[in-house]
Design a protein around this ligand. Sequence first.
Ligand code: 4AD
Ligand code: MG
Length: 472
Amino acid sequence: MLSGGRTRIAEALKSAQKDTEITVKGWVRTKRGNKNVAFIALNDGSTINNIQIVAEPEKFGEELLARVTTGACLRVTGLLVESQGSGQGVEIQAREIEIYGEADPADYPLQKKGHSLEFLREIAYLRPRTNTFGAVLRIRHAMAFAIHNYFNDRGFYYMHTPLITASDAEGAGAMFQVTTLDVNNPPRTEKGRPDYSQDFFGKHTSLTVSGQLEGELGALALGQIYTFGPTFRAENSNTPRHLAEFWMIEPEVAFYGLEDDMNLAEDFLKYLIGYALEHCADDLAFLEKMYDEELTARLRSIVDNDFVRLDYTDGIEILKAAVAGGHKFEFPVDWGLDLQSEHERYLVEQHFKKPVILVNYPASIKAFYMKLNAPDAAGRETVQAMDVLFPRIGEIIGGSVREESYTKLKNKIDAQGMSEAELWWYMDTRRWGSAPHAGFGLGFERLMLFVTGMANIRDVIPFPRTPKNADY
Ligand code: 4AD
Ligand code: MG
């Protein structure tokens, strides 16, 4: 009743009911053959695998079959039979072919196999029709589903946090302004600045960089929540690992400390990667064959090995020893400096050869809300931050224990020159029924990069948003 009058090709290929008539609908990948017989490879997106349609020109006429070209959309009704050719389980002997939409070979862009990923980015509106993006999009769906599954099974509530926010406070990055004021001629204050009191929300607003601050409000009522939504960062970062619009998963848990937060992050990542290995085998096999011969071995090694847990201070010592031993980094290594992706990847790929959870970073390079440790032996301030570093990716998760003391949080806000007035609602949670709590953020496309083995983050989201690029 809900099938659209067709059998999905994924089901047809698995079907044990040979010699029955079925209808499939999909897009032509290739057509080959001769005067006597045509072989059409049809794909409907339900699987990476095509079904072979066998059609006799004698029965359908040369004219109709000439219109069956790469990219055309068809309905085919016919007998599902054991395939004559080797390597194909079943095929369909066509009885009826209806052409829904032609694709003129003179201008349909997806002609030959093996278009470059760069070219496909330029026609991102069509690339879901390719094998590669079919595989990536099916895996993306499976990962989103697995994320909800994981948290639902463990009693976490999915919380929707706002995308439009009046607080610039997270400090996670530059923000996109949201306004309905006429940018060419805004109303002005006495000082000549745009008067946001006349803007849509009566104040200056932006797209959110994270759902965390609102997520904390949820955790301090429901106990354990997660968010899963788009976030926006207006940095001009043209790298294979940054998007201006990306999706983030942010669990936030009351009564969690640093150890609990690390345990959750490690268990969660292992679950997701294990889920992909179990449920996306065909698509992973295709990506492994095309792009990355170590893909499934790398995924398996994450599931099978414990992550290393390391203090930032010890990480710096390892990196300094590497420099002393002749290793060249582009960026300097010193206690108090933030790690660059080259440093993260050295620790993970060369030193430990395993994922690393780096903890207890210098307070000065981390966000205001992270919980302070007692000063270390050298009197240096650190916070209970936790970054999970992955091979090929660098930082895949960033998280921390949150400062639950009103006084310490207020000192932090003052020290960082932030406005308490803007964060009054967040501060209030520390005045009434405050509780220890912790959480983290997983970048969904960083996870997708790792799971698919793709090299560029623009190739794991349907419509990437990057500097100077918002087509489609
Ligand atoms: O480390 P970040 O900035 O942490 C937060 O936003 C916290 N509020 C999370 C929390 O504790 N609830 O970002 C979290 C993760 C990063 O580890 C990375 O995987 C991803 O988000 N990420 C990006 N992914 C794609 N493009 C970008 N520009 C990204 N910036 C961060
Ligand atoms: Mg981070």
